[in-house]
Design a protein around this ligand. Sequence first.
Ligand code: PAF
Length: 284
Amino acid sequence: MHECREVAELRTWREARRAEGKTVALVPTMGFLHEGHLALVDEARRRADAVVMSSFVNPLQFGPGEDLDAYPRDEARDGELARSRGVDLLFLPAVETMYPPGAETHVVPGDAGVDWEGRFRPGHFDGVLTVVATLFHLVAPEVACFGQKDIQQATLIRRMVRDLQWDLEVVVVPTVREADGLAMSSRNVYLTPEERVEAAGLSGALAEAHRAWNDGERNASAIVDRMQDVLGGLTALELQYIAVVEPDGFRPVSTVTPETIVAVAARVGRARLIDNITLSRGLQ
Ligand code: PAF
């Protein structure tokens, strides 16, 4: 595995792959890798000849008071994990490499980014789309892989690619979960053992939504009520939203379909956690 921090080196590597006729898949991350990221690498390897992973804690997507400084980092361990899973190039840019002095252009999402995460984290998606667009330009991948856990993010990236007529495929990879259903996230390290138990309530509520679907329930409010019953007794879990939305625009629906997304967000102690399912598929 090759590691690089500079754009010129990245471009040289990319040119060499092009000259060899090889396709490239990109896995953008913020480091502190877990099995969820490594599942993205596995998918990327299935879809392209070479895999680039970027590891960059993107300051632009953190709001004031969020955990930019505390965000967990372990570059040495990430390097080992990336290497062992078959990443070909690990790109580790500095902030000034990604955003040269004076850079001020942002990519702003449309209506699909206004509500839910967009409301609780103003500016977050501008930061995500700006860094992802920059990475797309630098790496010029044929394929890019993102996790379903951040489903609104993945949807906005897909829409950006469609709207800007980018010639690349965005692949959304199912969420990887702990044994009790908790979605893997770098932020799970913030949880105390007691909070960790309650955090699993989020996936428990999503599993209940799927049960409701299987029982024949098609009314969105009734599904939310069943989820609230699961979350009701959890004192450490401060629910921020339950979204029952259509998958392209993230607009609320009153009657659900197989493709309806049910997404949840909650604060549990220091951690802000998100999770979601496609209703008919349930926890994946
Ligand atoms: O999902 C993430 O880890 C980040 O939002 C991403 C896509 C790497 C952009 O910084």
